[in-house]
Design a protein around this ligand. Sequence first.
Ligand SMILES: Cc1cc2nc3c(=O)[nH]c(=O)nc-3n(C[C@H](O)[C@H](O)[C@H](O)COP(=O)(O)O)c2cc1C
Length: 178
Amino acid sequence: MSYATQSPSAYNIQHWRFIALVKHEDKERLKALAYKQQKVVDASVTFIVLGDLQGYEKLPEILAPMVESGQMSQEAVDKWATSSSKNYINNDRFARDEAIRSASMAAMTLMIAAQAKGFVSGPMIGFDAEAVKREFNIPDRYVPAMLLTVGYPAPGNSPRKPRLTADQVLAFGAGREF
Ligand SMILES: Cc1cc2nc3c(=O)[nH]c(=O)nc-3n(C[C@H](O)[C@H](O)[C@H](O)COP(=O)(O)O)c2cc1C
């Protein structure tokens, strides 16, 4: 988690939030809302990864240590917070894009950190987001971005699937039909 929280985010809002489910019964409740995918309960921990649609509200608090250390003036922080909030207020689509973008950045960092520590992980979008919000009392300001299972590798896990090559996904200088 401490690696995940080092991820970058727009305006440093850090829209990511995580609910960790470690108790068997909690993971069973989630599995029922995730098309009965068994890995939800088999994993040591299954995270509900959330994005905060109103994360910009916390910016003054987030940046306060920089004011205290003299790295930013209070005026600069206020400007930063105002400029950021203008992007989000009355722009639900941008707020949602950003919440999911930041949550995904942090989830990927968590996956890489888990892998480096000898665990395996599985991101999942196969779940009923509204039902998960209801079941786990998640306030409306948070959008579930994905589920993320983390645990020990198990015998019989599927092999990695093929990836497109760098050449197939990279263009220089302008778009093309990939
Ligand atoms: C956003 C996202 C959602 C996914 N949702 C599911 C899912 O609900 N269930 C599942 O079994 N795998 C899910 N996956 C895993 C992908 O199927 C998997 O990463 C892809 O097929 C490549 O497989 P590999 O990483 O094992 O090579 C998801 C992956 C991502 C990035």
